[in-house]
Design a protein around this ligand. Structure first.
Ligand code: PMP
Length: 360
């Protein structure tokens, strides 16, 4: 068998081995049905049982109240960038956006096609290296949109922004969903591409208040109306069955580990260890400012591009993969999603330490 390396990829990211093994087991036959998970009809009894279990586990893990819909959509988080404003924004209405990174910028740009966008906060002045402390909300915004974790710049909100009561909160949680407990009641709508913390690429989880899915525009294509998917339990058309199934395996794995509280503890430990090393290092430094540092994506540099490139080469050869930072930040990025093992963080720190000693 090929040896698995430590996969620091920002997404699709590492999945638990137990999940991969169970998925493999069910490829030829889902349980004793004689039909593989990839081959079952989404309308058949076997898949419907899978679906019901995934929804129930999702509700249980995150404490999602009954008046919220759980939807499994396609098109990635990028499709949510325009689906949200298409459903809720009108040409003369305003939505507030907290622009804390490249994904937030993209979300705001899509919203501008449908209505007014007010930038209530931005961290662009220091290359998105921090989370703004204050927001300047507009008086009558329909909703406030923020990106809870900025995958590229390595920053993360410690808690939800305090948005005005008159609007509802929308969150792109693609890169930190289910990495810690979440108070769903504070949100109108949460969306997340699955490929970091929840499963394979190809499904986007949307958690939305039922009154909102019901009230979205009906003047847009059927597939883009949240109500379509809410009224048809995500089966108006063929849903990404395999992705939903694997997401369920990940949910079961999270539950076995002790749920979202356990995830939070273990993620804080993993990232904390790495930041501690970086803060003490003479060669490497974290790019995100303390107070807004991400526990999912740790971004760091040496300050010398050649040295960065050499470190990445050395690390890759040692079985530490996917550490190259996004081109807009440069340097390195260690993505430490839920399933990333603590031993991988230890191996990275050792590799950084050795590199530093060799090049001192
Ligand atoms: N938002 C965030 C925070 C992301 O990290 C990403 C992908 N890396 C996206 C949105 C885009 O997601 P997708 O590729 O699923 O469209």
């Amino acid at each position: 068998m090929v040896k698995r390396v430590f996969n620091f990829s920002p997404g699709p990211g590492v999945l638990p081995l137990e999940v991969l093994d169970e998925a493999r087991e069910n490829l030829r036959s889902l349980g004793n049905t004689g039909i593989g998970i990839l081959e079952h009809s989404h309308r058949g009894k076997a898949f419907l049982a899978v679906y019901e279990e995934v929804v129930a586990l999702c509700r249980e893990l995150a404490g999602i109240p009954d008046d919220y819909d759980i939807l499994f959509l396609q098109g990635g988080a990028s499709t949510q960038f325009f689906t949200v404003p298409m459903n809720f924004l009108t040409p003369n209405a305003t939505a507030d956006y907290l622009v804390t990174g490249a994904w937030a910028q993209k979300a705001a740009a899509e919203a501008k096609r449908f209505g007014r966008v007010h930038v209530a906060a931005s961290s662009e002045d220091r290359n998105f290296s921090y989370i703004p402390a204050e927001c300047d909300f507009s008086p009558n915004s329909v909703y406030v949109h923020f990106t809870s974790n900025n995958t590229i710049f390595g920053t993360q909100f410690g808690s939800e922004p305090k948005s005005p009561d008159s609007s509802f909160l929308v969150c792109d949680a693609s890169s930190d969903i289910f990495s810690k407990p979440i108070d769903v009641r504070r949100y109108g709508l949460i969306y997340a591409g699955a490929q970091k913390n929840l499963g394979p690429a190809g499904v986007t989880l949307v958690i939305a208040r039922k009154d909102l899915t019901a009230r979205g525009s009906s003047d847009i294509p059927t597939m883009l109306q949240y109500r379509t998917h809410a009224e048809n339990e995500s089966m108006y058309n063929t849903p990404p069955t395999f992705c939903i199934y694997v997401m369920g395996l990940v949910f079961k794995w999270i539950k076995r580990q002790g749920g979202l509280t356990a995830m939070a503890g273990w993620n804080a430990q993993k990232a904390g260890k790495l930041y501690e090393f970086l803060d003490a290092s003479r060669m490497f430094r974290a790019t995100a400012e303390p107070g807004g540092r991400s526990q999912m994506n740790v971004t760091f540099v040496t300050g010398d591009e050649k040295l960065d490139a050499e470190f990445i080469k050395t690390a890759t050869a040692a079985g530490l993969d996917g550490l190259k930072g996004h081109r807009s930040v440069g340097g390195m990025r260690a993505s430490l999603y839920n399933a990333f093992p603590p031993e991988g963080v230890d191996a990275l720190i050792q590799s950084l330490r050795d590199f530093e000693a060799k090049h001192a």
